[in-house]
Design a protein around this ligand. Structure first.
Ligand SMILES: CCCCCCCCCCCC(=O)SCCNC(=O)CCNC(=O)[C@H](O)C(C)(C)COP(=O)(O)OP(=O)(O)OC[C@H]1O[C@@H](n2cnc3c(N)ncnc32)[C@H](O)[C@@H]1OP(=O)(O)O
Length: 254
């Protein structure tokens, strides 16, 4: 798990690719600062202002319905860490944490998110009313190059009466394939997303969003995605996505 998640946004890590001054760059690598008193002071000050504790939104909460909980327990029971001294073959599902700021995934990201854009929040995790919009949890299986997401659509996501808005479905597909592509070749941005809507998703229902890696070609990662009923009998949506690897400086250029 640690190794997989550690790959997320690995490009942020002490890469020097950000056009920051020396001091700011070093704040991302606190261990390097031990002998530098003024910078250590800055880090300590930042640490006290910004909490290190990130809320993980992919853990169960009171809004999760029976089906969401059943599937969560199902995948959780098939997930776990490799035993000590044993190589992790990726033969189990790994639950992926989910935070409200994407930079929290990066080492030192809690500081970076303040520096880059203090008010930024990850779209799907910025609704305070629990259960009102996107309730989801992702599991990753490295050996099968697959991600599965259990998604419960809240009432704020209404499009056609009683059903989920197509843009909200696209958001979840982008999120699942984007997270999957990030695990494989972080950091990435969506270049192309092609969606076919096959049958409407009832509001409040729980569905599965499954992503499969099709191929990698240089900077490009191609994935396909299917949204189905939880028993797999009904296809709601299918999509093909292309993600392109970027340098962090790409985001700062605008
Ligand atoms: C866990 C994490 C936490 C976070 C978890 C959250 C996950 C959420 C994920 C959300 C992700 C998003 O919504 S991202 C936001 C939406 N996306 C964007 O705003 C992207 C805007 N576009 C761009 O910035 C750029 O165009 C890029 C990055 C897509 C590509 O620019 P570039 O880096 O200059 O790429 P470039 O060298 O030109 O092209 C590289 C190769 O890709 C191909 N290519 C480039 N664009 C396209 C395209 N639209 N369609 C087909 N092919 C394309 C080129 O032909 C080339 O192929 P070849 O010649 O090599 O064969």
């Amino acid at each position: 798990m640690a190794r997989n998640v550690g790959r997320i946004f690995s490009g942020f890590r002490c890469s020097g690719s950000l056009p920051f001054g020396k001091t700011q760059l070093k704040t991302r690598c606190p261990r390097l600062l031990l002998r530098t008193t003024p910078e250590r002071t800055v880090v300590q000050a930042l640490s006290s202002i910004f909490s290190h504790k990130s809320r993980d939104f992919s853990l169960p909460n009171s809004s999760w319905g029976e089906e969401m909980m059943r599937l969560y327990n199902h995948y959780s029971s098939q997930s776990g860490e490799a035993a000590e001294g044993q190589e992790d073959q990726g033969e189990q599902w790994t639950r992926l944490p989910s935070y409200n700021r994407s930079l929290k995934y990066a080492t030192g990201g809690v500081y970076l998110s303040k520096i880059i854009q203090s008010k930024a929040r990850l779209f799907t995790r910025n609704i305070r009313d629990t259960g009102a919009a996107f309730e989801y949890v992702l599991f990753f299986r490295r050996d099968k190059q697959r991600c599965v997401c259990i998604f419960q659509a809240g009432h704020l996501l209404e499009g056609p009466p009683g059903h989920v808005h197509g843009g909200a479905i696209a958001t979840m597909i982008d999120t699942v394939t984007g997270t999957h592509a990030s695990l494989l070749s972080a950091p990435v941005m969506t270049a192309n997303l092609n969606i076919n809507y096959r049958s409407p998703i009832p509001l409040g229902s729980t569905v599965l969003v499954e992503s499969t890696m099709d191929k990698e070609e240089g900077k490009k990662t191609f994935l396909s995605c299917r949204v189905t009923s939880t028993d797999g009998s009904k296809l709601h949506t299918e999509a093909a996505a292309l993600f392109v690897s970027i340098n962090v400086s790409h985001l700062l250029r605008g």
